[in-house]
Design a protein. Structure first.
Length: 131
């Protein structure tokens, strides 16, 4: 029998959001309440992209990955290639979301924060996965 996937609990000090298991057969989005409110909607879209992609992949369906995990926990990727595939796609969704948000944002502090996330944080995050 295959060993259960490693368990990884989102660390609120470093994570803005994550996909977590619920009820051994579904995923839900966990969001760090200390994240700035103006970037939370786009971070959520990033995580929702993961859920859609995970559920479309037989190796990452919630019924597979969450079968042995308690609620609120998540898993690690099976390989760097998988991490790159999922994180690059989700980051692109978040970047598109931030671009749309920035174009209509009226709060200058939020616009600055969203622009920094789009133009600095996420591109550097993607580089770590080779995309």
């Amino acid at each position: 029998a295959e060993a259960p996937p490693p368990v990884m609990v989102p660390v609120s000090a470093t994570a803005g959001a994550s996909v977590v298991c619920k009820g051994h057969n579904t995923y839900e989005v966990w969001q760090n309440s200390s994240e700035p409110a103006c970037v939370q909607p786009c971070e959520k879209k990033h995580e929702e992209k993961h859920i859609a992609d995970f559920n479309a992949d037989p190796n990452y369906k919630a019924t597979v990955k969450c079968a042995s995990l308690p609620d609120g926990e998540t898993f690690t990727y099976a390989s760097h290639a998988d991490a790159a595939r999922f994180e690059c796609a989700a980051s692109d969704v978040e970047i598109a979301c931030l671009t749309a948000q920035i174009s209509k944002e009226t709060d200058e502090a939020c616009k600055t924060m969203a622009t920094h996330r789009r133009d600095v944080i996420l591109p550097n995050y993607k580089k770590g996965f080779g995309c």
